[in-house]
Design a protein around this ligand. Structure first.
Ligand code: TYM
Length: 333
């Protein structure tokens, strides 16, 4: 008879993660981290620096170690409360890798072959990509399901991986004739900034791996860097429209208005009611001030935290213990 595990499912548990592969940028902040901070009150939260995902492409070990601390500092500086939420790096809880192997045996080649992120990252050189890069989504499913997380707040680019996570959860439950052992976690993709685009090309997402640092605003950028990047940001010769349909064929304008709206916590319609009709020169100055106002305190707090490596390391160690206390009984089951 099918064994039912419903009584062991949590009701409100969040898991989410960020790769420590360089500077965090405005897309990571507005698309993910800011939402985590807001959800902390209503959910039991586990936040993870996914260092094992990072090594699916080659990483310099000392740069990786530094980046793990920087990402941790940026979470805390953004408002993650480490007393309330567990914050740790993935490799410190071995249950992730353990469950990922089980999922390597559940997920199908055909499912992984459809993943657009693998196609983008492997590019033309597929044969030479690591097998870790190919099975990356199985580890991501393990991250989430090892906690039986019910909600996963992410940017839009992670939607396909979350669909795969749900497929894996279902197939696992079916294959072993259990009901509700793993939940089907809900993606939480919120608001204006679920997909922040590159400042250099409105058709590409803002990304840590873009060659040009002018394509993104980093959480550590100071006023001068933000002002310069926005001044150089690609735009068109027309002033900003006053209505939404005026943004339709203007990807760069749409992106900057979206960023303004997200930073002000309003919709793009409301943003256009404020800034519609302005020239890009004037709008970029307003946007610079706003970005500095929001990001400045985060960057400063990050720098302060990074002066105390022992504190950061103690947060990660404590977080890993709390994380494994949740996952070990699930793995044992
Ligand atoms: P990563 O490190 O690429 O990005 C971290 C988070 O930031 C979001 N994001 C964006 N949001 C809006 N606009 C953008 N331009 C933008 N760029 C990035 C991402 O959607 C993500 O929420 N595979 C994941 C990490 C991961 C994970 C997990 C996430 C591993 N295991 C389990 C959730 C649950 C990744 O590479 O994110």
């Amino acid at each position: 008879m099918t064994k039912d595990y419903s009584d062991k499912l949590p009701t409100n548990r969040i898991f989410s993660g960020v790769q420590p592969t360089g500077n965090l940028h405005l897309g990571n902040y507005l698309g993910a981290i800011r939402n985590w901070v807001r959800m902390q009150q209503d959910y039991e939260c586990v936040f993870c620096v996914v260092d094992m995902h990072a090594i699916t492409t080659w990483q310099d070990p000392s740069a990786l170690r530094k980046s793990i601390r920087e990402v941790t500092a940026s979470f805390i500086a953004s408002g993650i409360d480490v007393k309330k939420s567990a914050l740790f790096n993935q490799s410190r809880n071995p249950n992730h890798a353990e469950l990922a192997w089980v999922f390597n045996c559940v997920a199908r080649m055909g499912w992984l072959n459809r993943m657009t992120q693998f196609k983008e990252k492997a590019g033309k050189n597929r044969e030479n990509a690591s097998t870790g890069l190919f099975s990356y989504p199985n580890l991501m499913a393990a991250d989430i399901l090892a906690y039986k997380a019910t909600h996963v707040p992410v940017g839009e680019d992670q939607k396909q991986h979350l669909e795969l996570t749900r497929d894996i959860a279902n197939k696992f439950n079916n294959d072993w004739d259990v009901s509700n052992f793993f939940p089907e976690p809900e993606p939480v993709i919120l608001g204006q900034a679920a997909r922040v685009m590159s400042l250099r090309d409105g058709s590409k997402k803002m990304s840590k791996s873009d060659q040009s640092d002018y394509s993104r605003i980093n959480l550590t950028d100071d006023r001068d860097a933000i002002a310069l990047k926005l001044r150089k940001a690609k735009t068109d010769p027309e002033p900003l429209p006053t209505e939404m349909d005026g943004l339709e064929d203007r990807a760069e304008a749409r992106n900057l208005v979206g960023i303004y709206a997200a930073l002000q916590d309003m919709t793009s319609e409301q943003a256009l009611a404020e800034v519609g009709g302005k020239s890009f020169k004037d709008f970029k100055e307003i946007l610079t001030e706003l970005a500095v106002e929001v990001l400045g305190p985060i960057g400063e707090e990050m720098q302060r935290l990074l002066n105390d490596e022992a504190y950061i390391d103690s947060v990660l160690k404590d977080g890993a213990e709390r994380a494994q206390a949740i996952t070990q009984p699930i793995i044992d089951d």
